[in-house]
Design a protein around this ligand. Sequence first.
Ligand SMILES: Nc1nc2c(ncn2[C@@H]2O[C@H](COP(=O)(O)OP(=O)(O)O)[C@@H](O)[C@H]2O)c(=O)[nH]1
Ligand SMILES: [Mg+2]
Length: 361
Amino acid sequence: MLITAEIISALRLMARIVISRPIVILTRSCYTSDFLCSDFNKTGTHMPLAERVLTGDIRAAARLMRDIDDNRPQAIDDLKQIYPRTGKAYIIGITGPPGAGKSTLVDQLTAAFRTQGKKVGVVAIDPTSPFTGGAILGDRIRMNRHATDEGVFIRSLATRGALGGLSRSTADVALVMDALGMDIVIIETVGVGQDEVDIVKAAHTTCVVMVPGLGDDIQAIKAGILEIGDIFVVNKADRDGADRTARELSTMLEFRAAPEGSWNPQVLKTEAQRNTGIDELVREILLHREHLISSGSINDFLRERNERHFTDILRDSLFKRALEHMAADATLERIVTGMCDHTIDPYSAAEQVLAGILERR
Ligand SMILES: Nc1nc2c(ncn2[C@@H]2O[C@H](COP(=O)(O)OP(=O)(O)O)[C@@H](O)[C@H]2O)c(=O)[nH]1
Ligand SMILES: [Mg+2]
């Protein structure tokens, strides 16, 4: 009897595996879509990936973003080719604490820009989900109504494994969206650390999203977040204390020493869930854009952003080169062993590794 029961349960398990397999494969193919790997465009002719992106081919863009994620060397060649044709998209950063309603707001902003005929790319970054993260999936579901709209391209980036390189991969993904012809690129990130601050610094306009009821905690908001905000949004204005939070934020902003003629950040109230206050937010974003252009501060902004982008790439390349150099003859192990018995100091070791790379050139 026991054996029969075991056999039955084993058969059940096998049946479940057999049934579930195709489902798993289908689900995977929705996201990682191997059919995206095809190098043929809609007309069936062969065309380099970068060129396909530049003609607005969404599948090619998804493929290139995956290559960027996987650190494929070919991705760099493609980025080189698209770069000269970028610089047209307007980048909006949305940052704030988890649960503030950022994704809901991004969804409404996307809809608002779509009614103006603008194509919208969204990059959602969520450091709270280091693995496959429910929140990232949540963003996808929340943005689902745009899923069939060819004028909207949504991409989630996990911070896993990115170790400091996140601002760079975000910048690269934003470039691909720009090359694809997206007029607006919205970057959503949780405002928790320096990495996230760096990410939104790449945006032309940064909106900091808060919620009512922060009370005295508002004092604890990192000064860095206050500094980067071009627009402050008190979302969930349907909740008690929205006016108070908005007033407190305005007061804090008034105390900032801002140079004459510089942009004066406003505090807006929204109810993202009910689409209230979104048109006002769009208007404020466009006002900030006008200010950047008319005051000429867009030039300083672009110089700063490009310098950061370049130094990020240079740092990455040097580090990669150093790792390769050290891997050739187990240098890293030797340095670490030497440091453990204090016969090697890390400062001289780093100088020597660097000198070794430079000699090779
Ligand atoms: N009461 C209220 N809830 C909202 C509002 N906007 C978003 N939410 C809800 O807040 C929760 C978190 O929203 P989400 O957009 O995922 O926040 P995120 O973590 O900042 O991206 C969700 O359950 C939303 O439905 C709003 O204006 N009022
Ligand atoms: Mg979110």
